[in-house]
Ligand binder design. Sequence first.
Ligand code: NAD
Length: 284
Amino acid sequence: MTARILDGKTIAERVREDIAQQAKTLSAQGVQPCLAVILVGSDPASAVYVRNKVAACEKAGFRSLKFDYPADAEPAVVLAKIAELNADSSVHGILVQLPLPPQFDEDAVLEAILPTKDVDGFHAENFGMLLQGRESFYPCTPWGVMRMLQEENVKIEGAEAVIIGRSNIVGKPMAVMLLSKGATVTICHSKTKDLTAHLKRADIVVAAVGRPRFVTGAMLKPGAIVIDVGINRLPDGKLCGDVDFDSAKQVASLITPVPGGVGPMTITMLLANTLLSAQRAAAK
Ligand code: NAD
């Protein structure tokens, strides 16, 4: 078997066109979606992520605000900016780029953002809402995976889903989202005893480990749907995922590439959440 490629780039383009259209309609009614991004320090990867987010906003017709702080910034200064943005009704989404320098308490910063403007979906209140199956802002990467599966009409109900990784931003919310659609979900992690035994019965595999080519074809059930969240930089500068694409595509039925799979969907869902926040604000 050779797997079909699940092309996140094409899906992301389609979804972003739809978002841009809706943003145009909303702007014509006097509410232009607006995302505020806060960057602390000069980590090159973070700077690229922020630049991409701002560019995506502009392309979709959103207003974007960017606030830069030096690596030795006082947490109180950043918290004061968050409070100011919380109070500004023209701002619909607030995002603090992670990781933050060591003098910051990341949880405290994320929870300073109003849950109604937490378009990253990282606030504990929004995570609790997700757990309870209530409307909130869902974390963008797993939410993007769900959108890809939906676009491909993947049957989730009754499927055995195995997620590798238990982070708060990918693994755990991914498990909750698949569970809410009727999958039987297993979360594997660094202490899991026999990962292959779990993978061998998985209809859907989501790899979010952060280890290059960690999951090989030999570990998969024939016909599995394989979603590779990993983004790893190799010594030669190229990007690769957590899945060994060449061997996995011989066994899987559907597989996401890296780059061009989950990555483009993450910013897309950030735009979707910001639009949703603006629509909620306009409806008030
Ligand atoms: P993380 O480091 O917080 O979590 C990694 C997880 O992998 C941990 O829960 C750990 O238990 C598990 N793990 C480590 N070694 C393991 C092993 N030997 N067997 C089984 N599990 C093991 O990472 P994260 O923030 O969830 O990110 C995971 C990957 O996804 C990274 O490569 C990251 O760059 C990427 N990522 C991509 C996007 C995107 O937009 N595509 C977004 C977020 C993260």
